[in-house]
Design a protein around this ligand. Sequence first.
Ligand SMILES: Cc1ncc(COP(=O)(O)O)c(CNc2cccc(C(=O)O)c2)c1O
Length: 463
Amino acid sequence: RPEVYDTAAIQKLDTAHYMHPFTDHKALGEKGARVMVRGEGIYLWDSQGKKVLDGMSGLWCVNVGYGRTSISEAVYKQMETLPFYNSFFNTTNIPAVELAAKLVKISPPQFNHVYFTGSGSEGNDTNLRMVRRYWDVLGYKERHTIISRHNAYHGSTVAGASLGGMDGMHAQGGLPIPGIVHIGQPNYLESGRGMTEDEFGIEAASWLEKKILEVGADKVAAFIGEPIQGAGGVVIPPATYWPEIQRICDKYGILLIADEVICGFGRLGKWFASELFGIKPDLITFAKGVTSGYVPLGGVLVGDRVANVLIEKGGEFNHGFTYSGHPVACAAALENIRIIEDEKLVERVGSETGPYLKKRFAELADHPLVGYADSCGFVAGLNLVRVKGATVHENVPFDEELAVGMVCRGYMFGNGMIMRAVGDRMIIAPPLVMTCAQIDEMIALIRHCLDLTYADVQQRGWL
Ligand SMILES: Cc1ncc(COP(=O)(O)O)c(CNc2cccc(C(=O)O)c2)c1O
């Protein structure tokens, strides 16, 4: 491809024909989209030759970094032999079988079966149908309700968006669908005032038991949660939260679904975050990091408790997708996982680069704009505040409509760094291949952009 691109022409066509996800199309049309053309390692280039450090791994997914020719070679080879075949009608294909076996090997011991989909949303739609089918087969026809959390993100299909707790999504399309209810999120900053983190973790988990008793335990099928909420702004729960959630699920016999679309495949320093948080989920949703985003793939790790009932007593499970077990996507995933293993990326994030990122990122809390900074493995977030208080609960936020997070994001993008703004919370989820030296480079870039943002809001009189 030419190094020089006619950006204006591409933007014109883009605005004329391409409706982007989660986008105000008209507003975007007025300024034109940034055209990304190449990736290498942790960097991206746009059509105007600008290089940018991809602090978000694309969309939380490019765990092995860009430019992995061994993945494109594996995809090319598979394309050349069997570019597609389905797994309906008693057929299968080798990459899907090998990937299922591989996922069983690297996942916690209760998982011996895998269900493939094309995305994380489809994975959560599969979860909803699976857990309801499980209880039906066992004769508990009433156990159909799934409990989730406010501000959770579980996808954008009707079930995925309903399982999610994003009000803006529910408002478009009459969601949530019946049988899905939400409890508060374990956000210490937001709701933990007057409690220690550990006390708040127990309190937040108790909201699940309250909801179960409100709905009626005999009507609850499952609880779903992200170990760490990603799109909701990197909400890292207190250490006491998940073990208490597990205890409550066990007490009422409720299935536990861990949505690890972001947290899986090494991002938190374990193959799966459930191991880190001391929970034993019955189902794990995965996508993103399974192929590092090179080819769309998602699915569900199906624990023995559910698999055995569906397999031994369920007969035909009437669910599935054209691209379930897609051979090319599975071939990409197999090579992606081989790279993660070969380069020991999970161990590196767990014992070297994750702790280093934690240390360096925490230093940003000394910046006058930063009221709180926290991280876990390779996800991190910091809060931009107008006034820093003596404690995190005494920080004074900016007025929401000033959208200081977007001002900061603008400086980041303009200075060669991609950092996501969720309100005034700035988050990163960098590629797992990042070295300590590159972490230093990223922190320096973030600090520089915080300085620019600070000068800007000072000049506007917003402080
Ligand atoms: C935890 C979780 N579960 C399910 C999905 C849905 O996966 P698919 O997109 O492949 O259907 C996700 C996806 N996560 C996601 C998707 C789009 C935007 C953002 C953001 O942070 O703005 C995050 C996710 O983060």
